[in-house]
Design a protein around this ligand. Structure first.
Ligand code: SF4
Length: 355
């Protein structure tokens, strides 16, 4: 059944003229596969997580672990025809996004869920000025025109701390610094005040100082506008600064999901442990950095069982036979005794086989 946005009372879609209400995102058993000449690549294979309003979830893992394809799948922007979402659900504001029509999905992109990409130079169009590009979302989704649209663009530029917005609105991307261009991309993403912002390594092209400023800006904007955020990164320093919880991905699956501080202090999955151990300690002088032995698996030719087994120092017989289910490894309990946050790992060490 197709869930029509307009038929969802109380849903995010009812607020066509104003800001969408803060909504929970729930991804269930998402599967996105690529059909290649060499075989089927299960780029995202059974990914599930939820995102509360105002929360930031970090998606971390090596290149090719499925972080970016998970995000593109939420927006249904998987490159076709090779890529296909073959299963799962993505719930937002009372609708399963994977069941919406193309037209309905166009209303969701930018309006409900926005994305900030790594490289502003490739996401900004060099032949249109800032006003045109920042204003597009407000024109399309909010129906603004003329002076109203101009004012809105200047307001958005002020949000992302662009000085003299009335002047800079007329600039073209090449007239701005890298940090400013990334802010412009941020203004575009926020132009329709989405419920969920997906930031895919948004600071990769920035130097360290500008990166820190941009992260601070994102957090400030999140506090002001209360959107939730999925932050894709391979930088644990950024994770520590920005994320409330972290999902560690390996070979298209989430292998560990935990509150950020807990992941750093007590990682459970051997892959997450190895990642944390490989972080350089600025107080120690070392000749060699610690690395994870072996190579990431070839996704069209995965071994049976746990794909990390060939690199895992704690692998058991069962690990090479069966993929482990997700085990609860620790539960954070709130002051009132309620379940506050869970810590899970897909690893046989936490099942009966490991005890
Ligand atoms: Fe290692 Fe087995 Fe856990 Fe995989 S399931 S990470 S091989 S212990």
């Amino acid at each position: 059944m197709v869930n029509s946005p307009s038929r969802q009372p109380g849903s995010a879609f009812d607020a066509a003229s104003g800001s969408p209400p803060a909504t929970r995102l729930e991804v269930k058993d998402l599967q996105t596969w690529f059909y290649t000449r060499r075989g089927v690549v299960k780029a995202v294979d059974g990914v599930s997580f939820s995102l509360e309003p105002g929360e930031t979830l970090g998606l971390v893992g090596e290149s090719g672990s499925g972080k970016s394809i998970t995000c593109l799948s939420i927006l249904r922007l998987v490159p076709e025809p090779a890529g296909r979402i073959v299963g799962g659900e993505v719930w937002l504001g009372g609708a399963d996004l994977l069941q919406l029509s193309r037209h309905e999905m166009e209303q969701v992109r930018g309006r409900q869920v926005s994305m900030v990409l790594q490289d502003p130079m490739t996401s900004l169009n060099p032949v249109f000025n800032v006003e045109k590009q920042v204003g597009e979302g407000s024109r399309y989704h909010l129906g603004l025109q003329g002076t109203g649209l101009k004012d809105r663009v200047q307001q958005l530029l002020r949000w992302v701390r662009i000085p003299a917005p009335e002047v800079r609105a007329n600039d073209y991307p090449h007239q701005m610094s890298g940090g400013m261009r990334q802010r412009i991309v941020g203004a575009i993403a926020l132009s329709s005040e989405p419920s969920v912002l997906i930031a895919d390594e948004p600071t990769t092209s920035l130097d360290v100082t500008i990166q820190a400023q941009y992260l601070r800006l994102l957090k400030d904007l999140q506090e002001e506008h209360r959107f939730s955020m999925i932050f894709v990164t391979h930088d644990f320093g950024i994770v520590a600064r920005v994320c409330d919880r972290v999902a560690v991905m390996y070979a298209g699956k989430i292998v560990e999901l935990a509150p950020t501080q807990e992941l750093f202090s007590a990682p459970k999955h051997p892959y997450a442990q190895a990642l944390i151990q490989s972080l350089p300690d600025p107080d120690l002088e070392v000749e060699w950095l610690t690395t994870i032995p072996g190579q990431p698996p070839v996704l069209y030719d995965l071994p049976a069982g746990c794909p990390f087994a060939p690199r895992c120092t704690q692998a058991m017989d069962i690990c090479r036979e069966e993929y482990p289910p997700t085990f609860e490894t620790g539960l954070e309990v709130g002051d009132g005794g309620e379940k506050a946050a869970s810590h899970t790992a897909a690893c046989w060490l936490y099942g009966e086989a490991g005890s």
